[in-house]
Design a protein around this ligand. Structure first.
Ligand SMILES: Cc1ncc(COP(=O)(O)O)c(C=O)c1O
Ligand SMILES: N[C@H](C=O)CCC(=O)O
Length: 426
């Protein structure tokens, strides 16, 4: 990795921490981040010419594998007509119609350029719509880096040990209430306390930013009931789960209808895209039809829409999500069996095309507290052993892993075999 090392040193001189998003810096595992030169299918290639089976997939968007020809060709065709107009296009209508068809709880949708913009806009809309200031989120859930949401946050914030970021005025953060994920009693108690002051609950329906933690039975149903009771807006942040755990997202997988949904990652096919949408009466509260302001110079960008539409077309193939889940299951079972043979305590979680594994004695991990008590040092050693084996896992114990359509049986079995050798050396 000498070229990656040289590039990292050069990057450190000009870019804070050498990276443009903290989770890329390997702070969670130590060592030098890989500098990637190209990616194809299930594989990424680094500057030193190493080839890796990739379970990061650009942190989720690459559900059809890297550089899929249909997405690439859609982008190339769109580029011929110009890069951006700042005026409406038919492709935006096609995108909105496709999103509505795939996620029926979405009656109207607004396109943005990142998941952060989607969640930030959705909570502003919920506040404007209800006339309430407080919002409720869950410890360890990450919803991007908007001020209201960087409170007890997961992902890089948790990895770096700064779940509450400096720079956010206390006067602002005080409006963000937090309780434990998968703990409905805490949700009910806080609603009893603040009754009609809470504008919305925002939740990752499968938590993917404190490793991977699916909801326990009844949790999402309970959130729906509480929001109905107190007339709060239920926001599913499906930036990660959307189009991944099922074609219609986690709301289809668990059969719960939120009021608003945030989307990102897969919806852009690898281009910078996000979206938020939901009930017509709430969505019509945003400008220009309603009073809540929300805008974006590059929102609905024609190249990004072309890539996203091509991706959504591809993922609509019958059986794709069942296949992704079968691969997640095989990988998790393979890891558990290999760990057991080596006498290593390990448990796994998965939902559709996302998964996580935890070095712990616990039979199942269902909470933030359990996730943060896992053996992070063991994870770090395992991560580097797997890298030496040619397997690129998320470089943090607090991130989910992603399966793509191009992970075939060969890649999955190769990964399990690599894990077996790695466990033996832990
Ligand atoms: C659940 C969730 N919400 C929001 C975001 C923010 O998206 P972005 O990084 O595109 O701003 C992310 C990922 O970063 C995410 O995983
Ligand atoms: N966990 C994050 C998103 O899901 C990782 C992406 C990032 O913040 O760079």
């Amino acid at each position: 990795m000498t070229i990656s090392q040289d590039l990292f040193e050069r990057a450190l001189a000009s870019i804070p921490g050498g990276v443009n998003s903290p989770v890329r810096a390997f702070n969670g595992v130590g060592g030098t981040p890989l500098f990637i030169t190209k990616a194809q299918g299930a594989y990424t290639f680094d500057a030193d010419g190493n080839k890796y089976i990739d379970y990061v997939g650009s942190w989720g968007p690459m559900i059809m594998g890297h550089n899929h020809p249909a997405i690439k060709n859609a982008v190339l065709a769109a580029v011929e007509n110009g890069l951006s107009y700042g005026a409406p296009t038919e492709t935006e209508i096609l995108m909105a119609e496709k999103v509505k068809a795939l996620v029926p709880s979405i009656e109207k949708v607004r396109m943005v350029s990142s998941g952060t913009e989607a969640t930030m806009s959705a909570i502003r809309l919920a506040r404007g719509f209800t006339g309430r200031d407080k919002i409720l989120k869950f410890e360890g859930c990450y919803h991007g880096h908007a001020d209201s949401l960087l409170v007890k946050a997961g992902s890089g914030a948790l990895t770096m040990g700064v779940p509450n970021s400096p720079g956010i005025p206390a006067d602002f953060a005080k409006h963000t209430l937090t309780v434990s994920f998968n703990n409905l009693d805490e949700v009910k108690a806080i609603f009893e306390k603040y009754a009609d002051e809470i504008a919305c609950i925002i939740v990752e329906p499968v938590a993917g930013n404190m490793n991977c933690i699916p909801p326990v039975a009844g949790f999402l149903e309970g959130l729906r009931a509480v929001c109905d009771q107190y007339k709060s807006v239920l926001i599913f942040d499906e930036v990660m789960t959307g189009f991944r755990v099922a074609l219609g997202g986690a709301q289809q997988y668990y059969n719960i209808v939120p009021d608003l949904t945030c989307l990102g990652k897969v919806i852009g096919g690898g281009m910078p895209v996000g979206a938020f949408g939901g009930k017509k009466e709430i969505m019509d509260f945003i400008a220009p039809v309603g009073p809540v302001y929300q805008a974006g110079t590059l929102s609905g960008n024609p190249i990004a829409m072309a890539a996203g539409l091509a991706a959504l077309e591809l993922i609509s193939a019958p059986g794709l999500h069942a296949d992704l889940e079968a691969k997640s299951k095989r990988l998790c079972e393979g890891f558990e069996q290999a760990a057991a043979e080596a006498g290593i305590a390990l448990t796994t979680n998965y939902a559709g095309g996302m998964y996580g594994f935890f070095f712990t004695d616990a039979a199942k991990v269902t909470s933030y507290q359990q996730a943060t008590q896992c053996d992070v040092e063991r994870f770090k050693r395992f991560f580097h052993l797997m890298l030496e084996e040619g397997v690129y896992l998320a470089p943090s114990a607090f991130e989910a892993g992603f399966i793509c359509s191009e992970h075939g049986d060969a890649e999955i079995e190769q990964t399990i075999a690599a894990a077996k050798r790695a466990f033996a050396k832990l």
